[in-house]
Design a binder for this molecule. Structure first.
Ligand code: UDX
Length: 453
């Protein structure tokens, strides 16, 4: 088919689903959502994970994480009989298309991504695939991984493709059903590329009528994912760096972001200054791309991403310092309430969460910290047993000498400043997400401090 660089699915293409047998290896945020979504559009899906507890929970219809819309989708697809969870790789033998959706966390000893789970998943899968089966990697991997894996897959009679996933937590179901784009990284071998292309098109038929499908080589497909996340991280760190000059010069970064964002070339999104980005993707993906850039001698990219990361980490220092200043210099014994623990609203994910990081640092500096979050407290109770947890915001505010808003859940943004004032010991609030109306809070007698405003 000539390996075109870019192709758009023909308009009006038949979007009827021809049910296929699929497998999904790894049932974290990405894999579990992908498996349930593919079953919901009509495919027969077997999802495998070596974590038997997780498999059992999912098989019984219990989502192991908070993701809007996922619980209903899980139960519905389990009931339909089109979704199965297993810890036994032999159960995937009939599938014609296998998705690798295991995690690639940061390595403990460097910035690079840890590929242990990817190689283990592929190693466990290959003895069970049928001839001509397509193995599509969805995990975020360093450039070069697919070409390294291709020989093994071909040796087992399969065909490899790379098919990165761009879903956001909190919108994972929606993003999987209505993606902005679908990317296929295909083999340099035209025969294998043709097999993978046809199989992926068959799987994604319901989505392809409504979104562009881009076809490319393995390396480009691998880089697209990390480049997208690096760009988003750069936008956030850019506005956070600008917020420093706004603070120094008495300007307002929220108005500045709104004004520059009205230029379509810039865009308004991902320009919210504050305590910075966290989560299971952006921080580790910029570091993994930095490691790849270093490896390939792309010095400017490595330097740029190093700056993006250090600006982001400094935002947390800024908030801790702001807290110290607002309690008069000594944090020990001071009652501080942190609104937010998840790395962003609509999630219970606390991986590299700025809110939780600031909370534990303030606790380490001697403050009596109470953390409030509508969803993440069960996770925090396991990871940070020394913090006091309170799920009711009004109870959490009781007696506080300082309040920090660090995850902009709707219920926190909607707090009535006059009512909140009656609970606290001191009316001082640090808005680490620039999500509150400073005028309303000041009118209710609060000392309000945002980030760069
Ligand atoms: C991200 C990408 O958006 C997604 O496309 C990719 O597939 C996975 O990584 P996610 O980790 O779910 O998704 O979170 P995202 O919505 O990108 O937010 C990341 C972090 O940036 C959060 O901590 C958020 O609070 C922060 N953020 C976001 C800001 O600090 N300012 C902003 O303007 C936007």
């Amino acid at each position: 088919y000539g390996h075109p660089r870019e192709r758009r699915a023909p308009r009006g293409e038949d979007a009827t689903v021809h049910p296929m047998k699929l497998s999904v290896i790894g049932v974290g945020y990405l894999g579990a959502v992908h498996a349930a979504t593919m079953a919901s559009v009509g495919h027969d899906v077997v999802a495998v994970d070596s974590d038997e507890g997780r498999v059992a929970a999912l098989a019984s219809g219990t989502a192991p994480f908070v993701e809007p819309g996922f619980d209903g989708l899980l139960r519905q697809t389990l009931d339909s009989g089109r979704l199965h969870f297993t810890a036994d790789y032999r159960d995937v033998a009939e599938a014609g298309l296998h998705f690798i959706a295991v995690g690639t966390p940061q390595r403990p000893d460097s910035h690079a991504a840890d590929l242990t789970h990817v190689y283990a998943a592929v190693g466990s899968l290959l003895p069970h695939i049928r001839p001509g089966a397509v193995v599509a990697g969805k995990s975020t991997v360093p450039v070069g991984t697919a070409s390294d894996l291709e020989g093994r897959v071909v040796g087992a009679g399969g065909v490899l493709a790379w098919n990165p996933e761009f879903l956001r937590e909190g919108f994972a179901v929606r993003d999987t059903l209505k993606p902005d784009r679908i990317v296929y990284g295909l083999s340099a071998d035209a025969g294998r590329a043709g097999v993978a292309l046809a199989r992926l098109d068959e799987c994604y038929a319901p989505m392809l009528s409504a979104c562009p499908r881009l076809i490319m080589d393995f390396a480009t497909a691998e880089l697209i994912k990390v480049a997208a996340n690096a760009f988003l991280a750069t936008k956030i760190s850019f506005i956070n760096a600008v917020s420093q000059v706004c603070d120094a010069a008495g300007a307002d970064v929220t108005l500045l972001a709104e004004a520059i964002g009205l230029d379509e070339r810039i865009g308004r999104r991902f320009l919210r200054a504050g305590v910075g980005f966290g989560g299971g993707c952006l921080p580790k993906d910029i570091r993994a791309l930095q490691a790849s850039a270093d490896l390939h001698g792309a010095r400017h990219l490595a330097d740029l991403l190093g700056q993006v990361d250090s600006i982001n980490r400094e935002q947390r220092d800024r908030i801790v310092e702001l807290a110290r200043t607002h309690v008069g210099g000594d944090l020990s014994g001071r009652a501080i309430t942190i609104l937010g623990a998840a790395f962003k609203p609509l999630s219970d994910d606390v991986r590299d969460s700025p809110a939780l990081d600031v909370a534990s640092r303030l606790a380490d500096l001697g403050a009596e910290v109470t953390v409030c979050d509508p969803q993440a407290l069960p996770v925090v109770a396991r990871s940070h047993p020394h913090l006091t947890l309170e799920d009711d915001p009004r109870a959490a505010l009781k007696g506080a000498e300082l309040v920090l808003l660090l995850t902009e859940w709707d219920q926190f943004v909607a707090l009535d400043p006059a009512e909140a004032a009656t609970s606290v010991a001191e009316r001082v609030i640090i808005d680490g997400r620039n999500a509150l109306d400073p005028v309303a809070w000041r009118e209710a007698g609060w000392t309000y401090a945002g980030v760069g405003r």
